[in-house]
Design a protein around this ligand. Structure first.
Ligand code: 3DD
Length: 416
């Protein structure tokens, strides 16, 4: 029996899901194939994902393939209650509502695990970690899992290295058709979307500081630049910093950026990238946001210690009046601003991310018992198939290699 905020929101959610279905041609094509083949028949899938209109399209696709699906939210603020209601009405077992506290968050995970999954579908690693640490009795039935995001893949590679991982995980995040598009173009657009929906401030002319020049940071920097911001990058990796310089961005330590920054976004996957020392030296009125998976990148607990008072001045905008007299605006409690203050990435990029999820679930079933308890890349056959399906959906045609060209590319004899 599902537990959602309010089932009466289902109709509004259903329309949003239809909107997403109209913009996710690849996943809908896979759904048709799954419906015909019943590719996931008899499988129980336990998912812990951000509950958005795009995730709903994935859940319906898995169900169409014959799977029993149970879903919990992978972040306390990213669940869209109307989507959760619509999915519950569609027969998906949903345990999630926006604003769960820590105890409720793990209560939802446990309800989903009560369905004794064959496959787990995770975003950030909390579900898989829960099974390995608190629900070990479930491990014997699990044949494999998938992981959506960078943070989760890092956790599972660490588990594998410690010999703690007890079943195979497909790193969906590492598929080209995922991170090159979702992480870069998705995070780029949805982060700006979250900041604008929360603050409606002008981006043009602002000093926009992006911490982390990975695929997410690159996307955010690119989009902020496109809107006329003066983009500044902070990094710890010399190669990524060099790339940012060559891409035309200013690069400097955070200790310098805080003096000039108007808007700050973290996208590093690491903790305490913005500390109280940084905040104290920011300009009064600075806006700080996080776009990384967990809310560790901004030291929010530390911020509270240097604060005289705080108030919610707009939805998703907390105004901190610091003891030094400055005002700082924290978005979405320091949680991932794109999903907490907006709707996450556009359907068109989640189309590919979730096509990887659906086809990886089918791959795990087809290879039941043959995979070892380690982290696997998405098979390149699946990656390329998704790219081709997306090009076809976009009406884009490309050239093909002639036999002679294929031979040339694999030969070494032909030279100058
Ligand atoms: N993520 C971003 N937008 C999302 C959406 N519209 N639906 C579901 C999940 C969404 C998070 C993913 O990008 C995940 O791939 C990540 O965090 O890397």
């Amino acid at each position: 029996m599902s537990k959602v905020k309010d089932l009466s929101l289902a109709e509004a959610g259903r329309k949003k899901i239809q909107w997403a279905e109209d913009h996710m041609p690849v996943l809908m094509k896979i759904r048709k194939r799954f419906e015909k083949e019943k590719s996931l028949k008899g499988l129980t899938i336990a998912a812990c994902l951000h509950i958005t209109k795009e995730t709903a399209v994935l859940m319906k696709t898995l169900k169409a393939g014959g799977a029993k699906v149970a879903l919990a939210g992978s972040n306390p603020l990213s669940t869209q209650d109307d989507i959760a209601a619509a999915l519950a009405k569609e027969g998906i077992e949903v345990f999630a509502w926006r604003g769960v506290n820590k105890k409720e968050y793990y209560w939802c995970l446990d309800r989903v695990l009560d369905f004794k999954p064959d496959i787990t579908m995770d975003d950030g690693g909390d579900l898989v970690t829960r099974i390995h640490m608190k629900r070990k009795e479930l491990l014997k039935k699990v044949i494999g899992g998938t992981e959506e995001t960078t943070t989760g893949v890092i956790r599972f590679r660490a588990m594998e290295k410690d010999g703690a991982l007890k079943y195979p995980i497909i790193a969906v995040n590492d598929a080209y058709t995922k991170y090159l598009f979702d992480n870069r173009y998705g995070t780029g657009q949805s982060t700006i979307d979250g900041i604008l929906r929360a603050t409606s401030v002008l981006i043009a002319g602002k000093n926009f500081v992006v911490s982390g020049y990975g695929w997410c940071g690159r996307g955010i920097a690119m989009r902020a630049k496109g809107m006329g911001a003066n983009v500044i990058i902070t990094e710890v990796d010399p190669l990524r910093a060099l790339e940012a310089v060559m891409d035309g961005f200013r690069v400097m330590p955070m200790s310098e950026a805080v003096k000039i920054g108007d808007i700050f976004v973290t996208a590093t996957g690491d903790k305490h990238v913005i500390t109280t020392r940084h905040v104290k030296n920011m300009k009064s009125g600075a806006v700080i946001a996080n776009s990384g998976h967990f809310n560790v990148e901004i030291d929010v607990e530390g911020l509270k210690k240097i604060t005289k008072s705080k108030r919610m001045i707009r939805p998703n905008v907390e105004e901190y009046l610091l003891k030094n007299g400055k005002k700082i605006y924290l978005l979405a409690e320091g949680r991932l601003v794109n999903l907490a203050a907006a709707e996450g990435h556009p359907s068109e990029v989640m189309d590919m991310s979730f096509a990887n999820q659906a086809l990886s679930a089918r791959y795990i079933l087809k290879n039941k018992g043959r995979l070892e308890p380690k982290v696997y890349k998405v098979p390149s056959k699946i990656d390329l198939e998704i790219a081709r399906l997306k090009l076809k959906a976009l009406g884009v045609k490309i050239d093909t290699l002639t036999k002679d060209q294929t031979k040339y590319l694999s030969s070494w004899k032909e030279g100058t």
